[in-house]
Design a protein. Structure first.
Length: 137
């Protein structure tokens, strides 16, 4: 699937849909961030979707220039982005900055086994299967 973004922008916003354990699915906006190894959802958004710390499968910790932050990991029954859906997808719940309209960060874990192409000149993001016979992993 291909999505478009405005060339020249530094943040690539991606529409995602997240299914919570006790609420209908929610359409959200995540920033594509291959620099983070896992997908992160803002804690307040996760709570709105029906997740809680009681649902945590383990603790989570992220590091940034501002220090370390503790959070918790939950499992979304379904998670969809860029035309691909993952079942039983782990999300790290952390407080994200309130200065931007970002619901989460789409991390490298979502792209496992797929080909992600970001074309900044054209303003496109493509997520596809690898060509037949191509090495993966």
């Amino acid at each position: 699937m291909r999505i478009r973004f405005r060339p020249g922008t530094r943040l690539v916003s991606v529409p995602v849909r997240v299914w919570g354990p006790r609420r209908p699915p929610s359409d959200l906006v995540f920033v594509l961030d291959t620099g983070t190894d896992r997908t992160i959802i803002d804690t307040q958004i996760a709570l709105r979707l029906g997740f809680s710390e009681r649902d945590a499968i383990r603790r989570s910790r992220v590091s940034s220039p501002l220090g370390h932050e503790e959070g918790f990991m939950v499992v979304a029954p379904r998670f969809r982005a860029l035309g691909w859906e993952r079942g039983g997808f782990e999300l790290a719940c952390h407080q994200l900055t309130t200065t931007t309209e970002v619901d989460g960060l789409l991390g490298a874990d979502f792209f496992d086994g797929l080909v992600l192409t970001i074309n900044y000149a054209a303003g496109t993001v493509d997520l596809t299967e690898p060509p037949s016979g191509a090495p993966t992993g």
